[in-house]
Write a protein that binds this ligand. Structure first.
Ligand SMILES: Cc1cc2nc3c(=O)[nH]c(=O)nc-3n(C[C@H](O)[C@H](O)[C@H](O)COP(=O)(O)OP(=O)(O)OC[C@H]3O[C@@H](n4cnc5c(N)ncnc54)[C@H](O)[C@@H]3O)c2cc1C
Length: 269
């Protein structure tokens, strides 16, 4: 079992990973590819101390390189959810599970609200992972709302196992609503009804409220105390996911604080 799993490989997550590793902890960082980070889009960063006029891409490459140089285990992929196992946490990435005694959430800004019906039907026809849940819909009509780079491949996977797939991307529709009774029966896409048994919503991030039960949120941000502890024992958060200002320097500082607090927690329990 690892000591700490960190979700998110931006400035906050990398800072947390380096600090925890320095303190001798067994750390794994789970993150989407660097190019899916918001920071990747920043053409020029002028206010990060010590690295004047660096692009977001160059900074991210440096951060990820530092992880590799420190020998920190990195899993590239989207963490789907975490289960609180009372004393440890189990994080799923596609069909794989990773266990740790503490978690640090450094997921950046995520879409909080979701589409109407998304939360209501999550697990009852709404899924965030085609490879995990696809077999449940074999021979049935499903919709894929493809908002990340892997969506087309996941739709192809669903077709390969016998699902009848209607694929939506940002060009095809903007507004979605999921309808049903006990389970999903219909997707409304820009008001047009599609009868389906399943809706796969494939974003590169997962809203923290759906990711792990029991976290406190305020205006869509994770609530933490001064040492970045969330409402759950053993779970810490850092960076943009904890609220404004959305700034690299703040993310790095909070990642450091969260890691030190997580190490202290682990040394006590
Ligand atoms: C265009 C632009 C310009 C900017 N310019 C500046 C600037 O000049 N100065 C400044 O200080 N700040 C700037 N920012 C803000 C800065 O990028 C953020 O404040 C900073 O990146 C936050 O770091 P973070 O680690 O909290 O989150 P992020 O950098 O967003 O990193 C979060 C990472 O977690 C990943 N992730 C999320 N959910 C999951 C999941 N479920 N599973 C796996 N991985 C997941 C994301 O894909 C991402 O890689 C800019 C932002 C943008 C978009």
């Amino acid at each position: 079992m690892r000591d700490i799993i960190i979700i998110g490989g931006g400035p906050a997550g990398v800072s947390a990973a380096l600090t925890a590793r320095n303190r001798g902890k067994r750390v794994t960082i789970i993150s989407n590819g660097a190019e899916q980070s918001n920071l990747w889009k920043a053409a020029l960063i002028e206010n990060y101390p010590g690295l004047p006029n660096i692009s977001g891409e160059a900074l991210l490459r440096a951060l990820r390189g530092q992880l590799a140089a420190a020998g920190i285990e990195t899993v590239t992929g989207r963490a789907l959810n975490a289960l609180d196992m009372r004393g440890s946490f189990s994080v799923s990435v596609g069909p794989d599970y990773y266990d740790a005694r503490a978690l640090i959430l450094a997921v950046g800004i995520t879409q909080q609200s979701g589409y109407p019906g998304e939360q209501e039907f999550l697990g009852r026809g709404v899924s965030y992972c085609a490879t995990c849940d696809g077999m449940l819909f074999r021979g049935k009509k499903v919709a894929v709302v493809g908002l990340n780079a892997e969506a087309a491949a996941e739709a192809a996977f669903l077709r390969s196992i016998g699902c009848e797939v209607t694929f939506f991307d940002r060009q095809r529709a903007k507004a979605y609503e999921i309808k049903g009774a006990d389970t999903v029966t219909e997707l409304l896409a820009d008001g047009v009804p599609y009868p389906v048994s399943g809706v796969f919503i494939l974003r590169s991030t997962i809203a923290p409220g759906s990711f792990l039960q029991g976290l406190a949120l305020e205006n869509g941000h994770l609530v933490t105390d001064a040492v970045m502890k969330t409402a759950l024992d053993g779970v810490y958060a850092a960076g943009d996911c904890t609220g404004k200002p959305y700034q690299i320097a703040k993310a790095v500082g909070q990642g450091n604080t969260a890691a030190l607090a997580a190490c202290e927690y682990l040394d006590k329990v």
